[in-house]
Design a protein. Sequence first.
Length: 206
Amino acid sequence: MKRAKTSKAWMKEHVNDFFVKQAKKEGYRSRAAYKLIEIDRRDHLFKPGITMVDLGAAPGSWSQIAANKVGPNGIIISLDILEMSALPGVTFIRGDFRDETVLAELRKNLGNRLIDLVISDMSPNITGIEISDQARSIYLAELALQFSIEQLNFGGNFLVKVFQGSGFEAFLKVMRITFKKVLIRKPEASRDRSSELYVLGLGKKI
């Protein structure tokens, strides 16, 4: 009963949300687009011609933003276990990015290019059980970080969504070992009541 009430309240908030309305108006696939727009405006993630990977990309709003930024010489490869409608300038691979078959497809699409940027807005299906949700969100962030450690070019950058709570400080510690500079961002489009943060690693050093 409590969960049904929570879902109803979330839906009401979602429908009336400024960024949801704005996303529909401007043709973005979700309100998450504005989080990336704000972070990029501040930290200049996208440069013409870069090669990048979007993890957990569906429904595709982050890939939409990236496609408008990297230009015709850039490469964007989006990965997700869910289906994602095609986007101009974006190569989509459906599957789990930990699977060797998916990684082989990724390498095939990359050719001899190295990855300059990895972005991840992955989030678990929220159950309302805080301890469980936090553990699963940190796990997804850790998977994205491991992918970046293995696949990202030396000097490359990594942006990931993380929920503040248990495991967050340990995650930050590994980020600081991996990247020359680590920044924490809370975009305006992130709901105030959410513990959602974005961690940006600049300059992969290992």
